[in-house]
Design a protein around this ligand. Structure first.
Ligand SMILES: NC(=O)C1=CN([C@@H]2O[C@H](COP(=O)(O)OP(=O)(O)OC[C@H]3O[C@@H](n4cnc5c(N)ncnc54)[C@H](OP(=O)(O)O)[C@@H]3O)[C@@H](O)[C@H]2O)C=CC1
Ligand SMILES: C[C@H](O)[C@@H]1OC(=O)[C@H](O)[C@@H]1O
Length: 256
């Protein structure tokens, strides 16, 4: 097992990519802190994930706390300490993408997106890193960024800068935290069918276009992202830091 006896925090683990990541970490032997928004729906989903995880002999603890809140990272770390005695891996995954046009972007939508996807993440990574430094045995931090860190989206002008920001944060943290043996990497998913884009991809033309953009001929599934995250979290990637792994079914390179 790649993550035996490790404690992993995954934000946004109640659904979609985060859920698949949390499950695969647990399958690989890790104890998991399941972050979610704290909504009734998030809590119910997190409890069902806890059950699924205990079903194959591992442990999961749910923590509901708004990713936009700068104190959420500390709450997650405290939960990991209380339940499992430390933190070995932090996966920053929680995020939102309320599609909207640029010229009339509501200020509130912009600010909420940046606070949820980037500002909260900054403080959460900081809280996890300080705990890892205190433990003195290194660690791994992985940010779930996006192909959108590299390319634009006309309805995502508030979103793509947060994904570029996460990618850049991991690069700088790889420098800041290398001396403590803490590795920092980014995973950049392409288009993965989850709740975040269910409405957008309900448009058959758009869906077909996004599939055509891949070279593998399909949208991604949350499980497609879990393996790459576990790899980066594990000792298999012990000399990998400051790296960015595009997991997009060939979407980015597919120009002509
Ligand atoms: N799907 C895709 O095509 C791609 C997704 N990504 C990124 O992957 C990440 C996960 O997305 P995906 O799984 O698709 O999305 P989902 O909408 O399926 O899941 C989002 C997760 O984030 C949590 N979340 C949302 N808002 C908050 C908040 N304010 N505080 C705490 N938790 C919150 C949700 O919790 P709750 O259940 O409580 O609401 C849920 O667990 C995001 O960062 C997204 O940008 C990147 C590239 C492509
Ligand atoms: C929500 C989008 O469909 C999804 O998120 C991203 O980061 C990419 O832009 C994907 O297409």
């Amino acid at each position: 097992m790649l993550l035996a006896n490790k404690t992993v925090i995954v934000t946004g683990a109640s659904r979609g990519i985060g859920r698949a990541v949390a499950l695969e970490c647990a399958r690989q032997g890790a104890r998991v802190i399941i972050g979610h928004s704290g909504s009734a729906q998030g809590r119910t989903a997190a409890f069902s994930l806890m059950e699924e995880i205990s079903g194959f002999g591992s442990h999961g603890i749910e923590v509901g706390s708004d990713a936009a809140d700068p104190d959420t990272g500390a709450r997650l770390v405290t939960a990991a300490l209380d339940a499992f005695g430390g933190v070995d891996v932090f996966v920053n995954n929680a995020g939102i993408c309320p599609f909207h046009s640029f010229l009339d972007m509501p200020r509130e939508t912009y600010l909420r997106t940046v606070d949820t996807n980037l500002n909260g993440a900054y403080f959460a990574v900081q809280a996890a890193a300080n705990q890892m430094k205190k433990q003195g045995s290194g660690g791994a931090i992985i940010a779930v960024s996006s192909i959108s860190a590299l390319v634009g989206g006309g309805m995502q002008t508030h979103y793509t800068p947060t994904k570029a920001g996460l990618h850049s944060l991991m690069q700088s943290c790889a420098i800041a935290l290398g001396p403590y043996g803490i590795r920092c990497n980014t995973v950049l998913p392409g288009t993965i069918a989850t709740d975040i884009n269910q409405e957008d991809l309900a448009d058959e033309e758009k869906r077909a276009y996004m599939i055509r953009r891949t070279t593998l001929g399909r949208l991604g599934a949350p499980e497609d992202i879990a393996g790459p995250v576990v790899f980066l979290a594990s000792d298999m990637a012990r000399y990998v830091t400051g790296a960015a792994l595009l997991v997009d079914g060939g979407m980015f390179v597919n120009l002509q």
